[in-house]
Design a protein around this ligand. Structure first.
Ligand code: T4K
Length: 367
């Protein structure tokens, strides 16, 4: 039986890639804010419904630059979620800041905005929240807290490409938002990512930080890094802009199939997208509750024995990592400590066949 993986990248036709590469070979312009890069930046503004877009070579460097751009006091505390990919807290730490982990909401699995205020100290400088699996954070409440305590807000929207909240691009909330365009993401540029932000004053700062701080041939304005997206990445990005909606439509049908087949199984909970937000269709997580005959780990192994590779995103949670174990100082994060043992991401990509989907559902139904 062929392997079924948790995801598969959306790929443009090879002949379209060849013709893009031919253009790049003709101009011999490979990177450093080339024409394809600039075209993609402009097009993404419309797609994401945002004021400003800065492209990056990957989402992690983008997030590091976002945090750097806000000039947070060195050593200050940043409240964040432990239920995310390693990149989120690591970007905080690499900036010389301390991640302070907050518990999550059981439904959306995003940071629990009701529990943020109790973690604020005179040293708190920012909140880094994650729209995990594309579920939107409580942006209203987070915004109110940030205003009240004068904190910066950065959103990690690695999973939320094209998501809208009440018709507004998800990248317009907070000070800066990061999107990842990694191969495993709904929309990919092989590796890549971007920052979006409302404040035009950040354009120059982010441009500098992404390009070694270089402003012109003889002027280095500040300490920057190399975060530039190259022309081949941008070319793939331009081609994939024509494809992502179709991929979302296919995934919407797969979601419907899973929902119909799984919603009646005792012990399986399917987290729901809030009514005021659209779905990016990045992941299909389910929660294996105690009434289900198998534990999450037993189910994961059962899938694996049948060549189906589900993923336990995000187990372990970030506060379990050796490098962050001391950050908690005896605080208990009861919701995330429960959910991290129960969550499982099912295979979810447009090319899954009906027989693949039936196989997945049959295993869950214990047929
Ligand atoms: N913030 C959040 C919340 C994130 O989830 C991420 C990335 C970031 C920040 C950082 O953004 P980037 O710097 O990555 O742009 C994967 C991805 O590498 C990572 O991008 C992603 N999150 C994370 C959730 O998933 P792994 O360790 O699970 O990848 P891997 O290699 O096991 O791939 C997963 C599955 O994808 C494979 O079973 C098969 C499929 N796959 C993967 C690759 C790389 C393919 O079919 N083709 C491929 O080329 O981390």
């Amino acid at each position: 039986m062929q392997k079924i993986l948790v995801t598969q990248p959306m790929l443009p036709e090879l002949e379209d890639v060849y013709s893009q590469i031919e253009e790049i070979w003709t101009t011999k312009w490979l990177t450093n804010m080339g024409s394809k890069h600039n075209e993609l930046e402009i097009k993404l503004k419309d797609v994401l419904k945002v004021n400003n877009v800065s492209l990056f070579n990957n989402g992690t460097i983008a997030l590091m630059v976002a945090i750097k751009a806000l000039d947070l006091p060195h050593g200050s505390e940043v409240i964040t979620t432990p239920f995310t990919f390693a990149a989120t807290p690591h970007c905080i730490s690499w900036n010389g800041l301390k991640p302070v982990f907050c518990d999550i909401e059981p439904d959306t699995m995003t940071i629990d905005a009701e529990k943020i205020e109790e973690l604020i100290t005179p040293n708190t400088s920012a909140i880094v929240a994650v729209h995990v699996y594309g579920f939107p954070c409580n942006v209203k409440k987070i915004n109110n807290i940030a205003k009240k305590y004068n904190l910066k807000v950065i959103y990690d929207a690695a999973h939320a490409f094209s998501t809208e909240i009440d018709g507004r691009g998800i990248g317009t909330f907070g000070d800066i938002t990061m999107f990842s365009f990694h191969a495993t993401k709904l929309y990919n540029t092989i590796e890549g990512g971007c920052l979006t932000y409302n404040d035009d004053n950040l354009v120059r700062k982010i441009y500098n930080l992404r390009n070694f701080g270089i402003r012109s041939e003889e002027l280095v304005e500040e300490v920057g890094i190399n975060g530039k997206m190259n022309e081949i990445q941008a070319a793939i990005g331009l081609l994939n802009l024509n494809l992502y909606k179709k991929e979302q439509e296919k995934r919407a049908k797969i979601k419907e199939f899973y929902d119909d087949n799984l919603s009646k199984i005792k012990g399986i909970r399917i987290p729901k997208m809030p009514n005021n937000a659209t779905n990016s269709y990045q992941y299909y997580p389910i929660i294996i509750e105690n009434e289900y005959p198998l534990s999450r780990d037993e189910l994961y192994l059962k899938f694996k024995q049948r060549n189906i590779y589900t993923r336990k995103y995000f187990y372990p949670a970030c506060h379990d990592y050796e490098c962050y174990k001391d950050n908690l100082q005896n605080r208990v994060l009861s919701i995330v400590d429960d959910i991290k043992h129960k969550v499982l991401c099912l295979p979810f990509y447009g090319n899954l066949s009906t027989s693949d989907l039936n196989n997945v559902c049959d295993i869950l139904k214990m047929d």
